[in-house]
Design a protein around this ligand. Sequence first.
Ligand code: NAP
Length: 292
Amino acid sequence: MRVAFLGLGIMGRPMAANLVKAGHEVAVWNRTPGKQVEGARTATTPADAANGAEVVWMCVSDTKAVDSVLFGAGGVNETIGSGAIVVDSSTISPSAELSFAQRLRAKGADLVDAPVTGSKVAAEAGSLIFMVGGDEGVLAKLEPLFKAMGKQVFRMGETSKGQAAKIVMNLQIALIFEGFAEALTLAAKLGVNLETLLPLIQASMVRSGVVEYKAPFILKRDFTPNFPLRLMLKDIRLARDAAKEVRVKLPGLETVEEVYEMAAEEGQEDLDYAATLTLLEKWAGVDVKGAA
Ligand code: NAP
């Protein structure tokens, strides 16, 4: 298929590379020039990339970025053809996604929201999990592309329901990780070290994929970003905003947001969100690794 891929960040670049590997004709574009994907044409603007594309796939930071890529100067809207499909793998506001879809529909194009879970490792391995919102007939056309980049596709409903599912997934990750980090901090203060506690956690009903994924990084004190703290904070805010729109109270997430805001103020924005542990350690005057 002729595919435009917009946004070559931690996630987008390996996703686009996997489309090339699967034999698709890919044009890529990134806001900051200099990023390329071997075997793909490098376009000068989103409009240039989208020109003649059957599918325009995006993976950029946030709602504002998607708005600008679609409707800003040199945006997709300028060249998108009738019958083309725009797929958004960025994590953004569900209500904004719906309004973007309506604007594109005026051009005869469909929008499918397809945010992902699986992080950098899964993006590279082509084993992402997509949670998707869109018409079933439109989704069927995208099957070979999903296959090239991912291992599973969950249809959550019509357009914007993929984004709704994504933000409630990240709400849980943020709360589960916060529980884990607070437990490690208190355990260290009480004299139980991480290596001793981990097998107990994973043998019991407390076990989780979040702990399994993050524990090795914490043991190595490796906070280089798999999922940067600034993006998790963005997703916490997306969940809080969506909750406000439908008048739902999220007291746990509200508190976790404050922790992330303080971590960001301490300069941890570009570290992995697991670095929030170091803030808890600082407040407690304890070092989780040092307790070993
Ligand atoms: P990233 O490495 O920070 O890359 C962000 C991309 O968005 C870059 O290509 C950046 O371009 C582009 N961008 C930012 N603002 C823009 C704007 N105003 N106009 C056009 N392009 C803009 O982020 P990522 O980790 O790939 O994440 C991308 C999306 O996937 C986010 O919504 C994130 O929440 C979601 N996601 C990430 C993960 C993960 O583990 N990393 C997992 C699941 C979902 P420049 O190069 O010019 O800055």
